[in-house]
Write a protein that binds this ligand. Structure first.
Ligand SMILES: C[S@@+](CC[C@H](N)C(=O)[O-])C[C@H]1O[C@@H](n2cnc3c(N)ncnc32)[C@H](O)[C@@H]1O
Length: 680
């Protein structure tokens, strides 16, 4: 009697059995919850996500701003023929709107949480602060509307097999879940992952300490790609479950029966014992057995009926008989025991303050968290995106796992840190010879443009850029017509700032627009116009031939320039987005403290953009032509969280050493300074 009770207990502690014994309860669809019973009268139920307009979706409250991407930088790793991975600096709503539909396999986002206002401003950029003010102004509804507009774009970008992981905490998770149900459909809700992010501190507050985050997972459709991720089985589980031992090693006794099926022999007595009522003998397949056992089994094992298989297993000692004559299968502990990850993630190592991985900003996520997400939802070569990338954990892990990636952040400092981490990863990879073909990184700006970079563009690239910024479309239908804006021909001058549009260019443009296009009006955009060109415009107008509008692209701040006035007169929604910036002036002093130890001081560096200040300073103390910050010098902060302008460093070698310093201001201006110093 005692024995059979014990057997019952082991049966219940076997997780597989428990799963089968507990009936699966169907949860009603959320839509049905939303249906208000008739007796409550007619209450309007909004099925659209918060802030969504039936016709214009989010374009009404967040108009489309068709500014171009400025290709500011291309970091190459030696395989320029591969499609580059893309790192965007800009507001992700507008960045996403420029990307093609159905193109991404996995999107992970870790948006600013709806919690404490100041905590969420990580990098101190003015763009970041402006966006946060927008988000928090109207409380939770405003946060949800802001996020919904972006979630809707993400759905458009995902492939039909794609998934979205939204990382939140308890402040907003439940509200965002309701919105996601409306955007993706309740049927496409896949998981609520609970990630234990810290072990907690005993605090005498009036509630339990919150140590978890929530990651909501949605698929674009039921065709979603998913791969179970095997995890090493924890020691405590091994010790709990694999207690018995024989000459083949540790094992646990598991149920030998399964649900119905398996032929009539599966219901017959096995050495005098019948299977539990309503169940059948279900011996495992050969592949499920340890190698030694598989070798000992007869060659025709697969063809045997269930009962014969039970006998064959018993012959080779794979069956455990309890005192009450209950046969159970011996599941041996494999060499590398694993289990599949569930939705409870309490085994991901939290980043400690001393961790080598840690950059130094509060919301950095561990790489192992992203590794599990990426492995579960993509294959090698697939595309992973993170539109709130912060310090770049998602692109780093994607790169390590041979996935393509797209990342964006509206903080220039975040983008710089991401870029640095990716470059360091490549450098480390080179040392270990582990990385294979690495695509370039294309760093692109949306909405804020670096003036010196514009000058480096070819005339064709410059024309495309200016026409796109002006809201037109490029089309080289003649030497002098470079594009159109609502059928109005456009000419764009050279990219060189000291170039001037000449009288002849005006006359030829006017000729082309009337002779080739039968038009009487056109627009010329350029850095400057010769006086004779202006006179020619006047003359053409007085003669009633053609009216040409001259729009000067000015180097002065966009707030006061003629260019901005022209653009914002036509598109006032561009007003808060379009900005031109200059790189800071970087001044670095260094002095020797003692043998091999030097102090570097960048305190005198200044931003050249009005109202901006320096927010980050990075150091590469072994500069080899590619800026990769020395460990610990990518995001230096003092006790108060302010950028660390002065640093000390101990060199390992004497002699001439190239060093570099990269500085960012809070409007996004960035510059690299280099120098060769003599270390002694
Ligand atoms: C919580 S952090 C992400 C941290 C990241 N998961 C990591 O491991 O480093 C959120 C990021 O979203 C960025 N962000 C906020 N609003 C944004 C927007 N509208 N467009 C792009 N990035 C935005 C912030 O600058 C910040 O870097």
């Amino acid at each position: 009697m005692a024995d059979s009770k014990n057997d019952r207990i082991t049966e219940y502690t076997d997780s597989e059995v428990i799963e089968e014994l507990i009936p699966q309860i169907e949860i009603p669809k959320q839509k049905e919850f939303y249906k208000i019973p008739r007796r409550f009268g007619s209450i309007p139920i909004d099925e659209l996500p918060l802030g969504c307009d039936l016709d214009k979706q989010y374009y009404k409250i967040y108009p489309r701003v068709g500014l171009p991407f400025q290709k500011a930088n291309r970091v190459t790793f030696g395989y320029p023929e591969l499609d580059p991975n893309r790192l965007f600096w800009g507001d992700n709503l507008h960045v996403m709107r420029m990307l093609p539909s159905n193109s991404i396999n996995l999107i992970y986002i870790d948006p600013p949480f709806f919690s404490d206002r100041n905590y969420n401003v990580l990098f101190g950029d003015q763009n970041e602060i402006r966006s946060f003010t927008d988000i928090w102004e109207g409380g939770m509804p405003s946060y949800l509307i802001w996020l919904n507009a972006r979630l809707l774009e993400m759905k458009r970008l995902l492939k039909s097999t794609g998934s979205l992981f939204v990382h939140l905490d308890s402040h907003a998770a439940h509200y965002v879940k309701t919105e996601l149900d409306k955007i993706f459909g309740y049927d496409n809700f896949r998981n609520e992952i609970i990630w234990k992010r810290s072990s907690g501190h005993p605090l005498s507050i009036k509630k339990f300490e919150s140590v978890t985050d929530t990651i909501l997972v949605y698929s674009k459709s039921e065709d979603v790609y998913f791969s179970s991720v095997p995890q090493p089985l924890e020691d405590k589980v091994i010790q709990r479950d694999y207690k018995s031992k024989d000459e083949h090693g540790y094992y646990q006794n598991v149920d030998l029966t399964g649900g119905k099926g398996g032929g009539k022999e599966a219901y017959m007595p096995f050495k005098g014992t019948l299977p539990t009522k309503g169940r059948a003998w279900a011996p495992p397949r050969r592949e499920k057995l340890p190698e030694w056992a598989s070798k000992k089994l007869p060659a025709n094992y697969a063809k045997m009926n269930q009962l014969e298989k039970c006998h064959a297993l018993d012959e080779i000692g794979m069956i455990y008989w309890s005192k009450s004559k209950n046969p159970r299968f011996k599941r041996y502990l494999p060499e590398n025991p694993t289990r599949f990850a569930t939705n409870l993630w309490d085994d991901i190592v939290v980043l400690s303050s001393m961790s080598k991985e840690r950059i130094g900003y509060p919301t950095q996520k561990p790489q192992s968290l992203l590794e599990r997400i990426i492995k579960s939802s993509t294959k090698e070569g697939d595309t992973v995106a993170d539109f709130f990338c912060g310090g770049g954990t998602t692109p780093i892990v994607s790169q390590k796992l041979n996935r393509k990636w797209i990342a964006s952040d509206q903080s220039r400092v975040a983008v710089a840190i991401t870029q640095s981490r990716l470059e360091s990863l490549f450098e480390d990879g080179k040392k270990q010879i582990t990385l294979t073909e690495v695509p370039d990184i294309s760093v692109e700006y949306w909405g804020t443009y670096e003036i010196p970079e514009l000058e480096n563009l070819s005339d064709d690239e410059f024309r495309d850029f200016i026409i796109s910024a002006y809201g037109g479309r490029s089309s080289t239908s003649s030497d002098y017509i470079h594009g159109f804006k609502r059928e109005m021909p456009i000419f764009v001058g050279s990219s060189k700032q000291d170039s001037q549009v000449t009288k002849n260019e005006v006359i030829n443009f006017a000729k082309d627009i009337s002779e080739k296009k039968g038009k009487k009006q056109g627009i010329m955009l350029a850095w400057s116009f010769a006086q004779s060109a202006r006179v020619a415009v006047e003359k053409l107008f007085q003669e009633g031939e053609t009216s040409v509008d001259l729009i000067q692209i000015s180097l002065t701040e966009i707030e006061s320039s003629e260019f901005r006035a022209h653009i914002t007169k036509l598109h006032n929604e561009y007003d808060s987005f379009l900005k031109f910036i200059l790189p800071p002036e970087v001044i670095v002093h260094h002095k020797k403290i003692k043998s091999m130890i030097y102090e570097f001081d960048g305190t005198e560096s200044i931003s050249l953009n009005s109202g901006a200040s320096i927010v980050n300073i990075q150091w590469d103390l072994d500069y080899r032509g590619r800026f990769t910050p020395t460990e610990g010098f990518a995001y230096g902060r003092d006790q108060k969280g302010k950028p660390l302008f002065k640093i000390q460093y101990k060199f390992e070698r004497v002699g001439k050493t190239p060093i570099a310093c990269r500085v960012q201001d809070d409007l996004g201006g960035e510059k690299i300074y280099t120098e060769i110093i003599s270390v002694s």
